[in-house]
Design a protein around this ligand. Structure first.
Ligand code: ADE
Length: 262
């Protein structure tokens, strides 16, 4: 996967991308990050790429020409997505990360100041993506967020164990709580089931915890999960009926024993 980032601050992209898992993936050649300075394409003697907005209003706008020249210098394949990071866009999600991870290369365009001249956006941008309903000072951090989420889906970037965990989020549930050694810390013990060695029970406990958390913190995700997993509720209902029947049988037996005593 090759990421091109069109930005006024390439050093910010390079330093963040060169650390941790993304850094390791770059070193091993699984991903490549090409941060290009839009300012290098300015024809202004002071390398400026911004100007006042027509119609008035506070702040400066990034001009069309340097952005367009920067884009053309990338020499992209014809179907390469060009993603403009903006709060006026579709909110980024795991599904979007999956979709974008299928491409060989992606372009992130980072705006600054009041944004970018709309004419160049209309000409080159294929996706407008927001990372949430708040306004940041530029598109660099949002593009790093997207690159991070996409990189971890590139085969080989994560180990098998870690990648399996993505699937549980794909499935709309939040992750269950996790614990490491020691088994008692500040008087708090690790839930007993996790040290039982019973994998079936552990799996059931984790699913129940994921459901509880999703219901509490992200009811929207829980609803999505619930509507696509009717079998979970059928199984629960069956187990409930079975337990009820068992309790009734025990009750009848106790009653009979009592009558026998009389
Ligand atoms: N640029 C500024 N704020 C942003 C946001 N919330 N998402 C994406 N790009 C942005």
């Amino acid at each position: 996967m090759k990421f091109h980032v069109m930005t006024l601050f390439p050093e910010l992209i390079e330093s963040a991308a060169s650390t941790s898992i993304m850094g390791r993936a770059i070193e091993s050649g699984l991903i490549e990050v090409n941060a290009v300075n839009i300012r290098d394409f300015s024809k202004d003697k002071n390398r400026r790429g911004d100007d006042y907005t027509y119609g008035g209003g506070a702040g400066m706008l990034m001009q069309a020409e340097p952005v367009y020249d920067c884009y053309r210098s990338l020499k992209l394949k014809s179907n390469t997505p060009v993603i403009y990071m903006t709060p006026v866009g579709e909110v980024f999600s795991q599904d979007k990360a999956e979709e974008l991870s299928k491409y060989d290369e992606l372009v992130f365009l980072c705006g600054h100041y009041e944004g970018i001249d709309e004419r160049v956006l209309d000409k080159i941008v294929t996706h407008r993506i927001s990372i949430g309903d708040y306004v940041l000072t530029g598109g660099e951090l949002p593009s790093l967020v997207c690159m991070d989420a996409i990189s971890r889906l590139v085969p080989g970037v994560l180990g098998n164990e870690e990648s399996a965990r993505t699937e549980s989020f794909d499935d709309y549930l939040l992750e269950y709580p996790q614990y490491s050694r020691p088994d008692e810390w500040e008087g708090e013990k690790v839930p007993e089931v996790l040290t039982s060695g019973n994998h079936k029970l552990i799996e059931e406990w984790r699913l129940e915890e994921s459901i509880k958390r999703s219901k509490k913190f992200r009811p929207d995700l829980y609803e999505k999960w619930a509507s696509s997993h009717p079998e979970y509720f059928e199984k629960k209902e069956k187990a409930r009926k079975k337990a009820l029947a068992k309790a009734r049988r025990a009750e009848r037996k106790a009653l009979k024993a009592e009558e026998g005593l009389k």
